[in-house]
Write a protein that binds this ligand. Structure first.
Ligand code: ZN
Length: 128
């Protein structure tokens, strides 16, 4: 009898479950897959788990999201803790690297924070 529904290429034997999706493997150079698999729900889950990266890649410090997140944290800290704060205090409180705090400080608007001091004594204060 002719098979009319797609079945899973990974199910063994005669009781192959119906496929829910076709996955294609490419070498990244073309859109034509070098291999395809029709998979049932169960085997689709197994395949997708295999494609989950195991090593967590840290966010790039220069990425916009990371900077926006750090900026929000620094602003929240300054708002909650009145008075001028130096970068080392903020870095320690938020467990950030001092240079990342400097990076955030440099980009803050004078409308948001009030700077004071110079050089290493540079401090920023929430402008209420
Ligand atoms: Zn299967």
């Amino acid at each position: 009898m002719e098979q009319r529904i797609l079945v899973c290429d990974y199910c063994p034997g005669a009781r192959r479950r119906p496929a829910v999706a076709r996955y294609g493997l490419t070498n990244g150079r073309g859109i034509v897959p070098v291999a395809t698999l029709d998979l049932c729900k169960l085997h689709q889950g197994q395949l997708l788990r295999a494609f989950k990266p195991k090593g967590k890649q840290p966010a790039l410090p220069s990425s916009k999201e990371a900077l926006a997140e750090r900026t929000a944290r620094v602003l929240a800290y300054l708002k909650q803790h009145p008075g001028p704060h130096r970068r080392s205090q903020v870095a320690q409180a938020l467990q950030l690297k001092p240079h990342s705090v400097t990076d955030v400080f440099r980009r803050l608007s004078p409308k948001q924070v009030k700077p004071s001091g110079v050089g290493r004594m540079r401090a920023y204060e929430w402008r209420a």
